[in-house]
Design a protein. Structure first.
Length: 202
């Protein structure tokens, strides 16, 4: 896991969505540039595959440059624990936060927190992580979005949650009528675009 002593002496980046897609290459670039990278990871085996990928590309061991903390962006409680752990091990000093995570959910399904999956992973959790870690971030926050924001539209539900302070937003619970309406209007690319638009606006 690592400890605070290990992370005091260099620049630190927190990166979500590192175990798939462009996340692999963002993580590789950060480590190549000398950052120590901390990632949330739902599946430990994917974390190990990422480590192997980077070691293979750099043709060297990365020692303690990659810190993998088990957490699931579909479970807010684990992301709260992740943020608290990050603050502890970095002694409250993080140079860079990159909100890269993103999913295209194939069908409508709610997380245990009561939000549609892509809404939670692509927008709500990145916003939550940003606000939890913000007092510790000394340089930059980067939100990775998508060209789909150019054609995306936001519905009343999205605008309502966007307007709430984060501590209220994560407690929001839709009623059965609202859930039925969201399910009826769900489209995997449509929802992906709207959630990335929310992140872009944030």
């Amino acid at each position: 896991m690592g400890n605070s002593t290990e992370l005091k002496s260099t620049r630190t980046a927190v990166l979500s969505g590192a175990t798939g897609g462009i996340g692999h290459y963002i993580c590789l670039h950060l480590i190549r540039c000398g950052y120590k990278v901390i990632i949330p990871c739902r599946n430990p085996s994917k974390g190990e595959l990422l480590k192997e990928f980077i070691c293979r590309k750099l043709t060297r061991k990365i020692d303690n440059q990659l810190l993998i903390i088990e957490a699931d962006m579909e479970k807010l409680s684990t992301m709260e624990a992740f943020c608290e752990k990050v603050i502890e091990i970095t002694c409250g000093k993080i140079e860079l936060l990159i909100n890269n995570a993103g999913i295209i959910a194939p069908c409508f399904r709610l997380t245990q927190d009561g939000f549609e999956r892509s809404f939670q992973v692509n927008y709500l959790v990145p916003r939550y992580m940003t606000e939890k870690l913000l007092p510790s971030i000394t340089e930059e926050i980067i939100n990775i979005v998508s060209c789909t924001v150019k054609v995306a539209k936001l519905d009343e539900y999205s605008l309502r949650i966007e307007s709430l302070p984060i501590n209220e937003a994560i407690k929001y619970r839709m009623d059965s009528e609202e859930e039925s309406r969201l399910q009826k209007n769900f489209g995997h690319l449509k929802n992906y675009g709207s959630t990335k638009l929310l992140l872009w606006r944030y």
